[in-house]
Design a protein around this ligand. Sequence first.
Ligand code: HEC
Length: 263
Amino acid sequence: MSDEQKHNESSKAYGRFHRRVLEGNGALFAIATTVAISIGALVEIAPMFSTTSLSWQRADWVTPYTPLEVAGRDIYIREGCYLCHSQMIRPMRSEMLRYGEWTRAAEYQYDRPFLLGSRRLGPDLQRVGGKYPDAWHFEHMRDPRSTSPGSIMPTYPWLYRQKYDPADVAKSVRALATAGTPYTATDDASVAAALEAQADKIVASLATTSIQVAPDDEIIALIAFLQRLGTEGKKHFAQQAAQTSEAAPAPAQGTPSATGGGQ
Ligand code: HEC
């Protein structure tokens, strides 16, 4: 028998085995598929349980959202902002130059549900907190074209008329606490007090630019949420970088640096 004939014979035999034995038997095929997929899943998941790297584990520098931020997050979800905005910076140079340090899994530990997003019609918002003043967000959400000429982002005029309900926010906070977020005070009165304290600060910051707004307007909650995004990560990574540069030997005096002679 020639090599070619041998090859044809064996591929025919394999074809018969696959069609008759595997595909012909639903139960066997289902078991074989499950085994194959489980091996793939184990290869992906197992290393996570053996690593000691903090990139995926819970991190103590991430804290739960405040009640006002929870209210803002609920509005963000209701308005579908995640359909145009991602919250995930990939570990690639171009992303990090634009958005900052790449996102660690631990940064999502209190995100229920996750808002990673799957499309970027607008920029990533993972570290947008602190990028703009409160007044910028106030104007931008009212009319995106006023701050960003040519923007395709919709206007959200109702956020300036509708009020968030402290009792509703307290329910959200309690739901998150049930799911494991470590809130200490989840009764209506404590949540209402926390809402008021944080909202008053944002109202005061807006008042410095002559914007008059009520502390329980929905826009206030949304601004609180946006201004918080990624700020803990930014602080944490800046501290880490400072520690590393302290540990590194200081450059010799008079040595020109890459940024131009140390000026
Ligand atoms: C149709 C898609 C779309 C939707 C929906 C949308 N945005 Fe945007 N967003 C954009 C685009 C495009 C930009 C960039 C231009 C600009 O600044 O307006 C942007 C910019 C932003 C920025 C500034 C980001 C930066 O780094 O400069 C913020 C903050 C923002 N959006 C928040 C929101 C919030 C909050 C919502 C929901 C209430 C929302 N967006 C809904 C498209 C969208």
